[in-house]
Design a protein around this ligand. Structure first.
Ligand code: BES
Ligand code: MN
Ligand code: MN
Length: 446
């Protein structure tokens, strides 16, 4: 083990304690009642980077959530690296289904459970560990470092464009490390080289201008829930492939998961089959996916024998790399507007779009990263696609076209990000921190 790896090991207990303190802050930006918590978490993050000796630490916002920008100037001739993570988290969901309180970090079997332990407070912890180890014993950092910790990623980063514009010079870097993705497994690291984009909309169907007695008129007049269900059913074919025309499909890398992987990782119930055709990675990384993520209609407790006049659903579409998210949203909208049965009225309200992104993972910076990852993990990193989305990557790439972007992360397939019982594998945190510190050291000029 190198001297640097030994120092990472030494700083990990303190970093873990800091991570636990961050997890105790309920930084759910999407919940208007908890915005104070997001401000508190921004201050806590700012203090952590002041604590590693960053001379310039600011909390900034542009009409959205507070973000932290912490800067350490580059030594002469050295590049500047931007280290990204986000300090906001998803809502905790059904607390009763958590095995320990969501905002009280709890260790079980080598994993730290709690909302944001992985997504993405572990990203902050990784940067902190690398910087603490590199500057231990009064050492100077080998490269310039700008830490950028955003506070509204889980809400689609609506003000990120304005933050980039307002702090364009402060955020400029030669290399951008985005620590917010997955690994192949707890034993094998990954560099994420493609992400799907995202588009969503709300579709409302109406058949009547008021509810009617279902006995007096049922069988003659259609109800809106039945119409909505039939409309949503047209979004997939019988194999479960997306049936909307004009969507892009690419080709995933030539790797695949084992035959039992999906069932093992997802808790798919016995007898329920997977959907879609093609390899698992083809479906997850290179094909579009459509999911109905919410429905507004009469709840069962309020159900009476009434034909419901209107109903709404929110539909989410993942866009394969190479596709354009706005064009995909148009295609989805056209499909919904033309597939409702019985002439029902359809209104589509377009929602958010985020572009997919594919990275050219070649060149000296990628070589340095692969060497550092292989050393820290004892296994070479896989070039991985990702079914999820980090839409702002495209914004960074546009703002800093000359920068090399690396998408790393501290999640693993067992993390359950966004779900109940989210957790971080503590050995993955250690390996990710070692990999990042070795990588930063390798970028120093000879
Ligand atoms: N960190 C995730 C993306 C991710 C998910 C990476 C799973 C690796 C594994 C990120 O925080 C996220 O949740 N992104 C959102 C984007 C949306 C809110 C615009 C997503 O994918 O739904
Ligand atoms: Mn994240
Ligand atoms: Mn997330």
């Amino acid at each position: 083990m190198s001297d640097l790896e030994a120092r990472v090991r030494e700083v990990l207990p303190s970093v873990r304690a800091d991570l636990e303190d961050l997890v105790r802050i309920q930084s759910v930006w999407a919940d208007p009642e908890r915005r104070d918590e997001v401000h508190r978490s921004a201050r806590a993050v700012a203090d952590l980077f002041t604590g590693v000796g960053f001379p310039d630490v600011q909390i900034v916002s542009e009409g959205g959530a507070p973000a932290v920008i912490a800067r350490h100037p580059a030594p002469p001739g050295a590049p500047t690296v931007l280290l990204y993570a986000h300090h906001d988290v998803q809502p905790e969901g059904d607390v009763a289904q958590w095995h320990s309180p969501p905002f009280e970090p709890t260790e079980r079997n080598g994993r730290l459970y709690g909302r944001g332990t992985a997504d993405d407070k572990a990203g902050i912890a990784t940067h902190l560990a690398a910087l603490r180890a590199l500057s231990a014993g009064g050492n100077a950092l080998p490269v310039g470092v700008t830490v950028f910790v955003e506070g509204e990623e889980e809400s689609g980063s609506p003000s990120l464009g304005r933050l980039l514009a307002a702090h364009r010079d402060a955020l400029a870097a030669d290399v951008i490390v985005i620590a917010d993705s997955d690994n192949w497994s707890t034993e094998i690291p990954a560099l994420t080289v493609s992400l799907r984009g995202l588009a969503d909309c709300v579709v409302e169907v109406a058949t009547l201008d008021h509810g009617l007695h279902s006995g007096l008129w049922g069988g003659v007049v259609p109800d809106a829930i039945t119409v909505l269900v039939r409309l949503l059913a047209t979004l997939h074919d019988d194999d479960g492939n997306v049936a909307v025309e004009g969507l892009h499909e690419g080709t995933a890398a030539d790797v695949d998961r084992g035959p039992d992987w999906v069932r093992a990782e997802t808790g798919l119930l016995d007898g329920v089959s997977e959907i879609g055709t093609g390899s698992v990675v083809q479906r997850l990384w290179a094909k579009p996916a459509i999911t109905v993520i919410g429905i507004d209609t009469t709840p069962i407790a309020k159900a009476s024998n009434t034909l419901i006049p209107s109903a709404r659903a929110k539909v989410s579409l993942r866009v394969a790399p190479g596709g354009d998210a706005a064009a995909h949203l148009d295609a989805l909208r056209r499909h919904l507007e033309t597939h409702a049965p019985w002439g029902a009225k359809v209104t589509v309200t377009p929602g958010d779009v985020g572009q997919p992104y594919a990275i050219d993972a070649t060149g000296p910076v990628y070589e340095a990263a692969r060497t550092a990852f292989a050393q820290a993990w004892g296994a070479a990193p896989v070039d991985m696609g990702m079914g999820g989305s980090i839409p702002f990557i495209a914004e960074f790439a546009e703002a800093y076209p000359a920068a090399t972007i690396l998408v790393t992360g501290v999640e693993d397939p067992g993390t359950q990000a966004h779900s109940i019982n989210e957790s971080l594998d503590l050995l993955v945190l250690a390996k990710a921190a070692m990999a990042e510190s070795l990588f930063l050291a390798a970028l120093a000029p000879d």
